[in-house]
Design a protein around this ligand. Sequence first.
Ligand code: PLP
Length: 399
Amino acid sequence: MALSFFSKNKKALLNRCRDDYPTKMRLKYDPYYHAIEAQSGTNIRLDGRDMIMLSSNDYLGLSFHPKVIEAGAAALRKWGTSPTGARPSNGSRAYHVELEEKLANFLGREACHVHAAGYLSCIASIASFAQRGDIIFADKNIHSCLWDGIRLSMGTVERFSHNNPDDFRSAAESVNPDAPKMLIVEGVYSMEGHICQLPDIIKIADEYDCFNVLDDAHGFGVLGRQGRGTVDHFGLNEKVDVICGSLSKSLASTGGFIAGSNEVIDYLRTNSKQTIFSAALSPAQAAIASTALDIMQTEPEHHERLWSNTKKYNAILKNLGINTWSSETPAIPIVLGSKERVYHFWKALLEKGIFSVMSIAPAVPPCKDLVRTAISAMHTDEQLEQIAEAMAYAVKKVG
Ligand SMILES: Cc1ncc(COP(=O)(O)O)c(C=O)c1O
């Protein structure tokens, strides 16, 4: 029998896992995957300590809304736990169709398709439509799922500077005018909290006949009438071909969606591997998203509270001279510029009972290493005060 250390050395991929430097650093400094022991709204318990959650994307604070919880529980009782398969093979369910109709209607679209993860929806929004030979214009700072979609599509990518219409124009001028073209942007950039310069960017995209894809994971629920998102915020519904997004942020569920015309969604259902070969959204998650969507339209106080909290939080950070990368939305980075500074700032917040998340290069551009924070409608004034004290402490500590 071979000795284990000999066989280990033969398997290059096992060696890769064992020797991986980022993994070693992650295990050493331990900033991720902490197991929270209990949660009630923005209150969490970690290692026996009560803390405030400041990094989840529960913008409207609906994840503990009694009607949302009851909808999930009722769906479980009625439909069981899971559709246990993909929709082409074992059928859609009434709750998929209902949620898709509601989302399409809310977004002013003809049709919609939901997936079991936002990541899947966003990959599918690119990989199902673009193909080899197509040119894909992409903002440099788009989310990882969109890069994965680009890679799978085999299209040729042309990156342009973040949120920079002039650079997009230069890229558009430089490519084969006859190739089919796609544009990919986010409505609200998840790390930066920037709102896409959509009017200027779409104008150029129109000149070059681009098929426009907008990931509104962080704009949905936050911008536009009743939270209809970035496209609605700018009144540009006719100009964007596909809106994709997540059910796991403002809709307090998990899953994702793609909204577009009937033609586009029918094509997706025929051609998208992520749609055809992955198990469908579960009944509880669909019911949760569906009820949260109803609440967005009937209880405006959550949206109002989200923005008043965002204003208060921004004032706290501004007062302390914190660099927030000019975030305009409830996704607010604290830019510290190096992973060492990020680590110490994050640790100081943790010490003071605030749970946030470190985002370091390559997840963010070089020198933009940051602590990502996100405000929720559920944060109370007392919590904001505690957050303010913790921020002051972290600023003092990191200098
Ligand atoms: C911009 C953006 N798109 C897509 C996703 C993927 O969504 P989900 O987490 O629901 O899979 C995320 C998740 O963080 C995101 O920030």
